[in-house]
Design a protein around this ligand. Structure first.
Ligand code: ATR
Length: 278
């Protein structure tokens, strides 16, 4: 019998997930279909019960439900619980188990462009995406991570909460600008620079480290202002396409036990974004 998978969120009409997962199911000869469900916050509880009652095999969870779904699930794995967000649910014989593949997906994507051991990393932002990335990067060990956030207190809170890396520190935008040349890797996790505010950047770049890697979770536009400025100063840059593909690939692995072709997933995302090369 065909299995059913999906994604719940709002807005959801333009989700790229159905394209990449349905293609992966086809590629792997897996008899399943993936559907996007528009669910508003006041419908979330019913939606989760409905998924269970209908025997949906698994689903992704996106904005605005990643945190709110946690108490509605039967089990939540440790990383998702610590991060405080679930983006993937597996229905194991009627038991709904929540996972977070955003952090793991991001770090896997980052490893495509840089080694992480003994590197100095600056994370920009302290919201949900930063939590997932900070937690996962800190667990890698041997990485010095600093955090810059517009609201400094949130960066400090995040560092205190995870405290996996006692060297982590919060820095101001002025410090970020002045010490940018010390960072091997800069990870941008906020919505600053996202369409339609494509000329915005968290801070101006004056001086960066030679060979530095700048990575932005944004994929619309394909090259943010920050990445453009960093590239002009000689940085290696990475947009959010790889991360998106890897979080999907790891969700797919939770559901099927198999890792799909991530290059294929990236290409589908690029086509969906309008065929811009990235
Ligand atoms: P997400 O789950 O996508 O990370 P979020 O939890 O709402 O979203 O977090 C948004 C992040 O983007 C925060 O770090 C936020 O900074 P504040 O903590 O100061 O609010 C950051 N952010 C959003 N808009 C911003 C802006 N215009 N300038 C600087 N930072 C911004």
């Amino acid at each position: 019998m065909k299995k059913l998978y999906g994604v719940i969120g709002s807005p959801i009409a333009h989700s790229m997930s159905p394209h990449i997962h349905n293609d992966a199911f086809k590629q792997m000869d897996y008899n399943a279909h993936y559907h996007a469900f528009h669910i508003e916050p006041d419908e979330l509880e019913d939606a989760v019960k409905g998924m269970k009652a209908l025997g949906v095999s698994g689903f992704n969870v996106t904005i605005p439900h990643k945190e709110a779904i946690i108490p509605l699930l039967d089990e939540v794995d440790e990383a998702a619980r610590r991060i405080g967000a679930v983006n993937t649910v597996v229905n194991r014989d009627g038991v709904l188990i929540g996972y977070n593949t955003d952090g793991k997906g991001y770090v896997e994507a980052l490893k495509e462009v840089t080694m992480l051991k003994n590197k100095r990393v600056l994370i920009i932002g302290a919201g949900g995406a930063a939590r997932a990335i900070f937690y996962t990067l800190a667990k890698e060990g041997n990485i010095q991570i600093d955090l810059y956030n517009r609201t400094a207190s949130k960066a400090v809170e995040l560092i205190q909460e995870f405290s996996l890396n006692h060297l982590a520190k919060g820095i101001s935008s002025k410090e970020a600008v002045n010490t940018m040349k010390d960072y091997d890797v800069v990870v941008q996790t906020t919505s600053v620079g996202m369409f339609p505010y494509t000329e915005e950047s968290p801070f101006p770049l004056i001086n960066i480290k030679e060979g530095a890697v700048f990575s932005d979770i944004i994929y619309n536009p394909i090259e943010t202002r920050l990445l453009r400025d960093a590239k002009a100063l000689g940085a290696v840059t990475q947009n959010g396409v790889s991360m998106f593909a890897y979080q999907a690939a790891f969700a797919f692995e939770h559901w099927t036990g198999q890792l799909p072709d991530t290059d294929r997933m990236k290409n589908i995302v690029k086509v969906q974004l309008g065929g811009i090369s990235c």
